[in-house]
Design a protein around this ligand. Structure first.
Ligand code: UD1
Length: 374
């Protein structure tokens, strides 16, 4: 009998990382799997559309946890996933990234003695005010197989005392998804359909609590986006979290659709987002995934954060940390306008083959456990 993997996904970036792993697991012919959807993200625009565009099979299990405070959401996932593990025990649980679904399912599995593999292990921002950093540290502390996307991950795990035999540099599955989808995304020509000239516009996303939860900070950033958009038109798909704060803070009119220079949209499907990023002259973002995608595509990226858990995107890629102070962002934007930006270099193992390496690692690991040698 083939080992059974639970592949856990809950939030939008998880779905993108899940797709290449499912493809590789199916391709390996050595592993069975069930997809566990926690329901952390549930709006069709954050959810179904990603499954459809990335060709991910329908989840086998739905935990339907919905939104809530960190404690409430994490607790609901923990309780509901534990019940599923007790009903049918998989050979291992595979979790992705750094969202609440990641840590909750890893914990439920570890407590029941189900081996845990973590895809995108070892990343550290060293900023414990980020909920994701807590999720990363905790998940890695209880994971049995740590699958790492960039060299800093291995160094961090080594420093934290993780046995070398548990950690493996496999590359970046987000880039696998990009490589597979790029031709279709380019054909969509989303920029032109929105009336934007390729290479003549910027793409913006904001959803980190440090940028959007405080109304005064968000208002300052929205003002700045209006200012910059007079130089270079900007397209801004707005995350539901950001939209909620904007409405409460009376910023809705400043973020209304139909403004040609600052083109505000709802959350975008994967292919439209990728199409726009690939055609953009510049990206302004606080997303981890976009730091990676822009680095791969060679698009200048102003990262509106003080730190990053993905330092390779600064060392080899095209990302620069600019925080959320308007003057600093203005200065970086001027650098981009004047061509003072690194072109970036290829990043090792960001080659579209991380999924097959992960499937291989998972099957060797489970084989080792079955033989009693793992
Ligand atoms: C979560 C992740 C973050 C990731 C982001 C990607 C955690 C701690 N955070 O942040 O790391 O970068 O996803 O999108 O796991 N909402 C909806 N519809 C949805 C989902 C959410 O309207 O389908 C709204 C709800 O008001 C909710 C808020 O967005 O309270 C925040 O959602 P949540 O999943 O808690 O965090 P994100 O900000 O999306």
């Amino acid at each position: 009998m083939r080992p059974l993997l639970d592949l856990v996904a809950g939030a939008r970036p998880n779905f993108v990382k899940l797709a290449p792993v499912v493809r590789a697991v199916v391709g390996s012919g050595k592993l069975d799997f069930r997809i566990v959807h926690t329901g952390q993200h549930y709006d069709a625009a954050m959810n179904e559309v990603f499954f459809r565009e990335l060709d991910i099979p329908e989840p086998h299990l739905h935990l339907n946890v919905g939104s809530g405070s960190h404690g409430a959401q994490t607790a609901r996932i923990l309780e509901r996933y534990e019940a599923e593990l007790l009903a049918r025990r998989p050979s291992a649980t595979v979790v992705f990234g750094d969202v609440n679904s990641t840590v909750a399912c890893a914990l439920a599995a570890a407590k029941l003695g189900v081996p845990v593999a973590h895809v995108e292990a070892g990343l550290r921002s060293f900023d414990r005010t980020m909920p994701e950093e807590i999720n990363r540290v905790l998940t890695d502390a209880i994971a049995d197989l740590l699958l790492v996307s960039e060299p800093s991950g291995l160094q961090n795990l080594r420093r934290e005392g993780v046995a070398e035999s548990k950690a493996l540099l496999v590359g970046n599955v987000m880039i696998d998804a990009l490589v597979a989808a790029l031709p279709t995304a380019r054909q969509k020509a989303t920029a032109r359909r929105l009336g934007l000239e390729p290479r003549r516009f910027g793409f913006v996303t904001l959803h980190r609590p440090s940028n959007v939860d405080e109304p005064a900070t968000l208002a300052r950033l929205v003002d700045l986006l209006h200012e910059l958009s007079r130089e270079v038109p900007l397209v801004f798909p707005i995350h539901p979290r950001t939209l909620k704060v904007a409405e409460q803070a009376g910023l809705s009119a400043r973020l209304a659709p139909g403004q040609p220079e600052l083109l505000c949209l709802g959350a975008l499907p994967y292919l439209d987002s990728l199409s726009l990023v690939a055609d953009a002259a510049v990206v302004l973002t606080d997303s981890g995934g976009l730091q990676e995608e822009t680095s791969y595509l060679g698009v200048p990226c102003l990262t509106l954060r003080e730190n990053t858990e993905r330092p390779v995107t600064i060392e080899l890629g095209t990302s620069r940390l600019v925080g959320n102070d308007p003057d600093r962002i203005r200065a970086a934007f001027a650098d981009f306008r004047n061509g003072r930006w690194t072109a970036g270099r290829p990043i090792p193992l960001w080659d579209g083959q991380a999924g097959p390496r992960i499937a291989e690692a998972l099957s060797a690991w489970l084989q080792g456990s079955a033989d009693g040698s793992g």
